[in-house]
Design a protein. Structure first.
Length: 94
């Protein structure tokens, strides 16, 4: 069953965030994942949401999603990600 990761993002350093974005895609596809979308917040329709951007990626299953997240290749990108943005990552199964 597919598994998804949703990232809620607030960019702090556009150059560092661009560096991360340029590199992260290859780590996702290596685990059979695909980028569903990246977007900027249009409007909060209900409740409170502090982040300005979002990303969604789909993986074949939870094992692939967790393997991607824990992989040395992705872990090496986390310092770049954290320098570029405040990110909350949440994983879901369908």
């Amino acid at each position: 069953m597919p598994a998804y990761i949703i990232g809620h993002i607030t960019i702090k350093d556009a150059a560092r965030w661009a560096e991360y974005r340029d590199k992260v895609g290859a780590t996702i596809t290596a685990w059979g994942g695909e980028l569903v979308f990246r977007g900027k917040q249009l409007k909060v329709l209900n409740g409170t949401h502090t982040h300005t951007d979002a990303v969604v990626a789909r993986f074949p299953d939870a094992a692939a999603l967790l393997g991607w997240h824990d992989s040395p290749e992705y872990q090496a990108l986390i310092p770049i990600r954290d320098a570029g943005a405040d990110v909350t990552l949440v994983s879901y199964e369908t």
